[in-house]
Write a protein that binds this ligand. Structure first.
Ligand code: MLT
Length: 407
């Protein structure tokens, strides 16, 4: 008789974003005319840049001609894109195109990467965090049941609170697999060089591996913050880095991302050395069919001179909106974090309101969609996350609605 993977039954509730969307949809059904302003999920709202569109068009036409038609592409991604990334994103850091794997989403890569590690590994994850890190480890059987106090037994949570500037600190128990995200989803905080150095040192000393999620690196503006973990000496021996074109260039619908698995990242077990690069390559060649050629061409277009300008303007715009929202909310008396190196603002709920209570109030009284902080972990309770991806006029509208109530 067929048996299920009952680790799936341990998952508490629905995945955060669909759950939130369900609540918003129910509200829309009851109030079809409510002019909702969506500051919830971090999805881009603007059309793609002209360079991306013309690369997509050109590459699609190539597929319609016998001389330039292409069938299956390389599972690791086309060399033209891997070369553009190595040069454009890692110029002086010495990452070779062969260490780069193209994929259809950082969420997928981060979710899938854990499967090349044993279930016995002790996993450390920031709290609050992007829910994919936790849920995929639950599915894999690396946790025990959900705890009454929140979270799952067996996970080593790294509290990121106002007191530690939302920066994950070393745990007081040993861990093997460490998830770090900078700039952080959800707190919008970018990790400092000192913090990352501490983690790289820890990973070396404890033979641990860091899975570094850099999906929002393009938003980093603070001079003290790092954009890539490979800026830290020694990181190539302990870290895998994940990046995405979703938030960098509006590819949430197109789907394209990449991860870097350095050749020097080796796991030694019973005097035998295993290359994570080789294992991941093997996994991708078996389970992944590659990203469509026109989409890889579209991604490569953002490394052209014109593409770089367009993408920078796109990100600068979102950061301007984040600043407008941050300044406005602060002026209204909210405690606001993030929003300077990230498209996300982490906002303390007023009084003793819970995240979901404030989420409901924002939706029902102000027609504003946020994300309840508790959906990102126990330490997220008492916060909501706003995203700055909606048009600038929507930021002003949101602030006007909140201001009317504050008066
Ligand atoms: C978010 O809102 O946190 C992101 O859009 C989710 C994602 O990228 O999967």
């Amino acid at each position: 008789m067929v048996k299920l993977n009952h680790h799936y039954s341990k998952l508490a509730g629905g995945y955060l974003f669909p759950e939130m969307e369900r609540r918003v949809a129910a509200f829309r059904t009851k109030h079809p005319d409510a002019p909702i302003v969506d500051l919830g999920i971090g999805d881009v709202k603007e059309p793609l840049c002209p360079s991306i569109i013309s690369a997509l068009e050109k590459a699609s036409r190539e597929l319609g001609s016998p001389e330039t038609f292409k069938g299956y592409g390389p599972a690791q991604g086309y060399p033209f894109l891997r070369e553009a990334i190595a040069k454009g994103d890692y110029g002086s850091l010495g990452i070779s195109p062969d260490e780069i794997f193209i994929s259809d989403g950082a969420k997928n890569d981060i979710g899938n990467f854990q499967e090349i590690f044993a279930v016995e590994n002790r996993v450390a994850i920031p709290d609050p965090t992007y829910p994919v890190y936790i849920d995929t480890n639950v599915m894999a059987g690396r946790t025990r049941l959900p705890l009454k106090t929140g979270g799952y037994g067996g996970i080593i949570y790294l509290p990121c609170t106002e007191e530690n500037n939302f920066l994950p600190q070393l745990p007081n128990r040993p861990c093997d697999l460490i998830y770090l995200c900078s700039p952080s989803n959800p707190t919008g905080t970018a990790m400092t060089r000192e913090t990352l150095q501490m983690w790289v040192r820890y990973a070396k000393e404890n033979e641990a591996v860091i899975l570094f999620d850099g999906a929002y690196e393009a938003y980093v503006r603070s001079p003290h913050a790092v954009r890539s973990i490979y800026e830290i000496p020694g990181a190539k021996e302990v870290a895998v880095e994940f990046r995405s074109f979703s938030k960098t260039a509006g590819f949430t619908g197109l789907r394209c991302s990449y991860c870097v698995v350095p050749h020097s990242l080796k796991i030694v077990e019973s005097y035998q050395s295993f290359s994570l690069h080789a294992l991941w390559k093997r996994r991708q060649e078996t389970k992944f069919g590659g990203v469509a050629y026109p989409i890889q061409r579209a991604a490569a277009a953002i490394y052209s001179e014109q593409g770089k300008k367009e993408v920078k303007a796109f990100i600068d715009d979102i950061l301007d909106r984040a600043k407008r929202l941050r300044d406005g909310l602060s002026a209204l008396g909210y405690r606001v974090f993030g929003g300077t190196d990230a498209p996300y603002l982490w906002v303390k709920t007023p009084g003793k309101m819970s995240s979901w209570e404030f989420f409901d109030q924002l939706l029902e009284q102000h027609y504003l969609v946020s994300v309840p902080g508790s959906g990102f972990g126990t330490e997220g309770e008492g916060y909501v996350r706003f995203s700055a991806f909606s048009e600038a006029s929507k930021m002003t509208e949101a602030l006007n609605r909140l201001e009317m109530v504050a008066q």
